[in-house]
Design a binder for this molecule. Sequence first.
Ligand code: XMP
Length: 304
Amino acid sequence: MVNAERFIELGIEEIGQSVKDKAIIALSGGVDSSVCAVLAHRAIGDRLIPIFVDTGLMRKGEVERIKKTFGHMNPHFIEASERFLGALKGVRDPEKKRKIIGETFIRVFEDAARKENVRYLIQGTIYPDRIESEGGIKSHHNVGGLPVKIGFDAIIEPLRDLYKDEVREVARALDLPKEICERMPFPGPGLAVRIIGEVTKEKLKVVREANAIVEDEIVDEFRPWQTFAAVLERGTGVKGDKRIHGWIVAVRAIESRDGMTATPMVLPWKKLKHIASRIANEIPEVARVVYDITPKPPATIEFE
Ligand code: XMP
C-alpha cells in the first residue's frame, strides 16, 4: 500500500468512477466491510445501499452495534436467521456448512439487490481471503462471497490487495471508531465455524454467550490477533449434585501477523481458570472448558 491517505483518495476515485448508479454493500460490522462502506459512502453518498444480513450466526449485540455506528448511512436490516438455520439443518460437514452459508447469503443478498434494482456490488475482500480461497485451504466466504451468478454489472473490491494491518491503518485514517479499527477478524460464516457438527439453536446460544465472555476477559487486556470460543461435543460433568451431559467449550487466543500462521497465546493460569469458571457458571449447558494450545499449522485458527 502506498500510504493510507493516498489509498483513501484512490479508493474513493475508483468507486466513484466504477459505480454509474446505485451500489449495494454487505455490511458485517467487521473492519473490512466498515472501511469499504465508508469509502463508498464518501464516493457515492446515498446512492450506497448498505445491507446487514442477520444470519443468526452473528456475535452478541451485533445488530445494535451496527445501528449505532452506521445509522447515518441508513443500512437495511434483513432478518434471515430462520432461513440460514433451516438450510443448515442436519448438516455436519464443515465444507458443506460453509458452502450452504455462502450460498444462502448470496440468495438473500440477490433478493435484496433485485428489489433495489442495483447493478453494482462493493465488497470488502482483502488479500488473504483471496489467497486462502485460491489455495484451496478452505472455501472462505467473505460477506457477499461468490457473487458471480448474481449478474451485477461490476463488482468492486477496493481492499483486494491489502493485508489486515493495512486495512486497520486505513480505518484509523478514516477516523472510524477505535472499536472498529482494532476489531478482531470474524469469519464470514460467523459462529457456524465455531460449532463442531450440526448448527442448532442450543449450540448457537452456548457459543454466542461463551464468545462474549472470552472477548470480555481477553481482548482489552491482552490484545490478541483473535480470541474466541467454540463448541465441541458433549461430555460428562457434574453441576450441583447432578451429573450432566453438557457441552465442551474450547477457548482460543492467538497471536498472528496476517492470519496465515498463528501461535497460541500464553495466558496467565489464573485468567484461564477465571474464564473457565465464568463460562461453566454462566452457561448452564456447559460441562467442561478447555484451552486450545495448537499453533497454525497444523491447526487452522477457526475450528471448522
Ligand atoms: P483459518 O481458520 O483458515 O482462518 O486459519 C484464517 C483467518 O481467516 C478467518 N476466517 C474467515 N474469514 N471467511 C472469512 O471472511 C471465512 O470463511 C473464514 N474462515 C476463517 C479466521 O477467523 C482467521 O482470522
